[in-house]
Design a binder for this molecule. Structure first.
Ligand SMILES: [Mg+2]
Length: 368
């Protein structure tokens, strides 16, 4: 019998997503996200969409590189049944292990197509462990103190109470900026993300200052360089604020090392770092080891973020949600799917991601 879930066509095309304001982190800045959209079509006519969100300063990947690798990765999937998505993801990892954004975009589109073909929402595929509305944090990029406080006040007025502050350039100024936002936004909580910007000494200094000032910091994310596992271990022994790994966890192997060394309290998962299926595997490892889970994204639209939100709803166990990126974009390339009500992510009707593209694609690379 001909398999109705056979993958018959995969397309990709570049998109540019302007940000409302420059996105500045310790390792670089971005004003326009150069991403790639993917569309998968199955024999039964069902289709799915996905997004590659390479962030050159963080992952070393870019749009041109993603488009170059795409045809090779897409050919691996053609003719296979999307019901075997774990097998396909493993094969994708073999040909595109250096370009996880490509794997993420294709895997998301495969899963969306499968669920549309089955008539279930994407989170339904994973068992619907935690299906409820959830609150996300909102990111405050690095900038002049007054400007960051103004931005924080505007989000606060819209109901946001968890701020993800980007730090990691200069400890004293970082601390003053956090204190200023704290004073301007009462009863807020903070996730601090240094994006590898600190040495161990600076990270220790920052930790001590936060403890001394009793700042309401829930998590201190990626204080030191990604390969500096021993730095994490030393910092975790000397401080009291939970530590999260982000850039340090880009594969199952990374996660295993961090768990074995007891280096962190929290893992920040992003499907762009290692694809969807490998993220699910890491989530399982983390939960089995007693680590707490955060989920975030790169600079991306609701397509990639909708897949991450589906992991939260479907797998359960995610404590920290950093799913605000689409709110920082100047436009929305899709309609339907989940919505934001202030900081709260809503559920959606419809199968898969439940989203449709607003504009027809151009400059499309077709693999069929
Ligand atoms: Mg981070």
């Amino acid at each position: 019998m001909r398999d109705p879930f056979c993958i018959t066509k995969i397309e990709a095309w570049p998109i540019a997503l302007p940000l409302r304001a420059p996105f500045v982190v310790a390792s670089g800045a971005m004003t326009l996200a150069h991403n790639v959209f993917v569309r998968v079509t199955l024999r039964n006519g069902a289709y799915g969409i996905g997004e590659m969100a390479p962030f050159p300063e963080i992952s070393g990947e870019d749009q041109a590189g993603s488009l170059r690798v795409f045809p090779l990765a897409a050919k691996v999937c053609l003719g296979q049944s999307v019901t075997h998505f774990r097998k396909v993801a493993k094969q994708l990892r073999e040909v595109a292990w250096q370009t996880p954004a490509v794997r993420c975009g294709i895997e998301t589109a495969l899963l969306d197509a499968l669920c549309r073909g089955m008539g279930i929402p994407l989170w339904g595929l994973w068992g619907g462990a935690d299906v409820r509305r959830r609150e996300t944090d909102v990111t405050l990029p690095i900038g002049p103190r007054d400007q960051v406080v103004d931005t924080a006040r505007a989000w606060y007025a819209r109901g946001f109470r968890i701020f993800k502050m980007k730090i990691g350039l200069e400890v004293d100024e970082d601390i003053r900026r956090i204190e200023a936002v704290c004073a301007a936004c009462p009863h807020s909580k903070f996730v601090l993300d240094a994006n590898e910007g600190f040495s161990l000494e600076q990270a220790s200094e920052c930790m001590k200052a936060m403890e001394r000032l009793r700042l309401p910091v829930m998590v201190f994310e990626q204080p030191v360089a990604r390969e500096d596992v021993e730095g994490f271990v030393a910092l975790r022994r000397s401080g009291t604020i939970p530590l999260a790994a982000d850039e340090s966890v880009r594969s199952v192997e990374d996660a295993r090392q961090l768990i074995e060394r007891q280096a962190v309290d929290v893992l920040n998962l992003k499907i762009t770092k290692c694809g969807v299926v490998e993220s699910m595997d890491i989530a399982g490892m983390a939960r089995a080891s007693g680590l707490r889970l955060m989920i975030g994204g790169m600079v991306e639209s609701r397509v990639a973020m909708g897949c991450s939100w589906s992991l939260v709803l479907g797998l359960g166990g995610f404590e920290f949600l950093d799913l605000d990126m689409p709110l920082l974009l100047a436009g929305d390339p899709v309609q339907g799917g989940y919505a934001y009500e202030g900081p709260v992510l809503q559920l959606w009707g419809g199968s898969g991601l439940g989203m449709e593209l607003r504009e027809e694609a151009s400059s499309v690379i077709v693999v069929e």
